[in-house]
Write a new protein. Structure first.
Length: 244
């Protein structure tokens, strides 16, 4: 039992060191030869990087999806995502976050998504709290199509098959978007579009960061082709070369 705990601690430390190394090499990430082409809905990318499977306060939605190569992004996007998580680790160490689909190593068509093609799109699963009020990772697995089949009700609650209930932590989500925008700006990136369920937007924008988010983020005004209640989609902006 003690050996298992030591192994888990060792792995956790290794992951943390990897993330710290990536953040310490922030400049080299930014200077990487990532080159995007076209648009998020018709494009490709060269020199993409894969997001870490986990860190001190975040994890990928699926280890299988990571292994399958579905979590690649432009190097500047990776730097911004990791910097935002690092800032949140300092300001709100109790919070847990989960990121979702990003794209293939070389970009291109990324089913079932209509975008995610040139390394500038990232899905983030909503941060949640359990029935006891603790910040916990949203449970994503094969039973709920890696999280994408989760449905929150009008009160922003989700009852899992395990019987555990979860509620969207709008304050944590707004803090994440705030830090993500700041980190993106540092990298010279923009946040061109954020897609989130329109019924929940008033609650997201009602918090302390509401005025900032209204000023700096562009939320989709129309209805997306699939409901975005369990995750929010972010398109970053960066000058890409035209498709051949």
């Amino acid at each position: 039992m003690e050996r298992d705990v030591d192994i888990m601690r060792s792995r956790s430390i290794s992951v943390w060191l990897l993330c710290a190394l990536m953040l310490a090499c922030h400049g080299s990430l930014s200077a990487s030869p990532s080159q995007c082409y076209g648009t998020v809905s018709r494009g490709r990318i060269e020199g993409s990087v894969r997001l870490p499977a986990q860190g001190p306060n975040f994890s990928a939605y699926s280890g299988l999806a990571v292994a399958a190569g579905r979590t690649h992004v432009h190097a500047k996007v990776a730097a911004a995502v990791l910097a935002a998580y690092a800032a949140l680790r300092k300001s709100s160490p109790e919070l847990n976050f989960v990121y979702g689909e990003t794209g293939w190593r070389t970009g291109g068509r990324f089913k079932p998504h209509r975008t995610h093609q040139n390394g500038l799109s990232v899905d983030f699963f909503v941060p949640v709290r359990d029935a006891a009020g603790r910040s916990v990772p949203l449970p994503t697995g094969l039973g709920n199509r890696l999280g994408y089949d989760i449905e929150f009700d009008a009160a922003a609650r989700y009852l899992a098959s395990s019987g555990q209930s979860y509620s969207i932590d709008f304050a944590a989500m707004s803090e994440h978007l705030y830090e993500l925008h700041r980190a993106a700006k540092t990298e010279g990136l923009g946040l061109s579009l954020t897609i989130f369920d329109g019924a929940y937007l008033p609650r997201l924008l009602a918090g302390a960061r509401g005025a900032y988010l209204r000023q700096h983020l562009v939320f989709m005004k129309g209805k997306p082709w699939v409901r975005h209640d369990e995750h929010y989609h972010v398109d970053f902006s960066w000058p890409c070369k035209r498709m051949e």
